[in-house]
Design a protein around this ligand. Structure first.
Ligand code: UD1
Length: 420
């Protein structure tokens, strides 16, 4: 098990290129089975969630080759439509393979994705929509068996704009007869990236980015090559780190409009941010001032995936911030670790009150989850003294060698195997 050893206090300066987005590449890898042919992905990040998707694709009978940030998938030999429990448990978002497997095989079985560190994470919205579309679902012993031979295209309304449910329906419907419409669809930019990929293969999907997505079924799909969109959460993580340590950073390969809510927040806190066509500059003094209230919301609101990093940054800003988490019921586990470093945080029901202190101090802390781990790294980079950030296998799920990114920017961070 590895940990980061971080000596805090350095300003972060320099230029860094943002790679492909985890939340875009995972559904696109699931979608790659739809063309029964070849897919080439560029800017495919080297993160452990991608490794698990590769494992799933191979289990289904696909061939996968990786070379740095290039991945090639050949799904022409796909012969299995069952994902066992142990693979489902490794990554909750493996559930998006269900729609794709049904679209190709007509029948599919997968383990029930259990709860995770963020809370219960039910799948009722996926199941309700699938049933509405004529999919027969049987649940047995932790497994879900689905049969889509009686698929009937229609209009489905989501009770909440779930990202995963929107993607699962898009994958299920794009090779079926008729027109399927998703009402109250999620509007996250990663849904646009999935639509782009499906259309590159010859699908007829429109409306992504709005709350109504229309999918006209086509009989077959063709090979495609796709560059994955830049990761807006990795970009946000670096911006919150700069706001904690102070510094002057240029982020290359970003879509600034995807970062609007983060940019507006950090400008309110006193950061200077200049946006360009595919880059941005962020310049921060050593200590910013906090915002009043921050609430996570579905896109284009402030992303829940950047909430932990914002809390870490608020911990040392001047003033008090109230942070309300509206998406996940259990997403403040990083707070108790930040308190070990001297943060003054009170947690209520989906609420954190963060009273800024001038400086945190180094401590041995444990990543509670992916973004919580990134938050601890941010806090440690700004803290006085040395910190050990443990359990970084969580961080590796979604960051392609976070230590290299921060080292390049002047942070004193290294990975060590503590428990060999
Ligand atoms: C995706 C992202 C994740 C991000 C989240 C919210 C990927 C791989 N993951 O997760 O990083 O934090 O969007 O932006 O893209 N819900 C239900 N029933 C369902 C489905 C969801 O109640 O059937 C609830 C969830 O428990 C959660 C909320 O809806 O409280 C949002 O979930 P959803 O948008 O589905 O998130 P994911 O797709 O799992």
């Amino acid at each position: 098990m590895s940990a980061y050893i971080i000596r805090g206090g350095n300003y972060l300066n320099g230029e860094i290129r943002i790679g492909g987005a985890k939340n875009s590449v995972l559904p696109i890898m699931a979608a790659s089975i739809l063309n029964l042919s070849t897919t080439v992905l560029l800017d495919c990040p080297c993160i452990s969630d991608v490794d698990i998707s590769v494992e799933i694709l191979r289990r289904l009978g696909c061939k996968v080759w990786r070379d740095g940030c290039r991945a090639e998938i050949d799904s022409s030999m796909i012969n299995n439509f069952e994902i066992p429990l142990e693979l489902m448990n490794k990554m909750r978002s493996s559930f998006i393979f269900l729609g794709a497997m049904l679209a190709v095989g007509g029948k599919a079985v997968c383990g029930y994705p259990g709860g995770c560190e963020l809370g219960a994470r039910p799948i009722d919205l996926h199941m309700k929509a699938f049933r509405k579309l004529g999919v027969h679902i049987k649940e047995h012993g932790g497994y879900i068996s689905c049969d889509s031979s009686n698929f009937k295209a229609c209009k489905v309304a989501l009770d909440f704009p779930s990202v995963g449910a929107t993607e699962n329906i898009m994958l299920l419907a794009c090779k079926q007869k008729g027109t399927t419409t998703i009402v109250n669809a999620a509007r996250e930019p990663e849904i646009n990236d999935l639509q782009d990929f499906l259309n590159l293969m010859g699908a007829k999907v429109s409306g992504a980015g709005s709350s109504k997505i229309t999918i006209e079924g086509v009989a077959s799909l063709s090979p495609a090559e796709k560059r994955i969109m830049p990761d807006r959460i990795v970009a946000s993580t670096i911006m919150f780190a700069a706001s904690t340590t102070g510094g002057n950073i240029t982020l290359q390969n970003v879509n600034c409009s995807h970062l609007d809510s983060v940019i507006l927040l950090l400008r309110d806190c006193g950061a200077d941010i200049y946006t360009h066509s595919d880059s941005l500059d962020i310049i921060c003094p050593r200590r910013l001032k906090s915002t009043d209230v921050l609430q996570t919301m579905p896109y284009p609101g402030f992303p829940t995936d950047a909430q932990s990093q914002a809390v870490a940054a608020f911990a040392t800003m001047k003033g008090t911030s109230i942070v309300k988490e509206t998406i996940f019921e259990n997403r403040f586990n990083h707070a108790s670790e930040l308190k070990k470093m001297g943060a003054n945080i009170t947690i209520g029901d989906r609420l954190a009150v963060v009273r800024g202190v001038p400086r945190l101090t180094g401590a041995h802390v444990y990543s509670p989850d992916l973004r919580g781990g990134a938050a601890l790294v941010i806090a440690a980079l700004g803290a006085e003294g040395t910190s050990v950030v443990d359990n970084i296998h969580y961080v590796d799920r979604g960051y392609d060698k976070l230590e290299n990114m921060f080292s390049e920017l002047g942070g004193d961070i290294k990975r060590e195997d503590l428990y060999e």
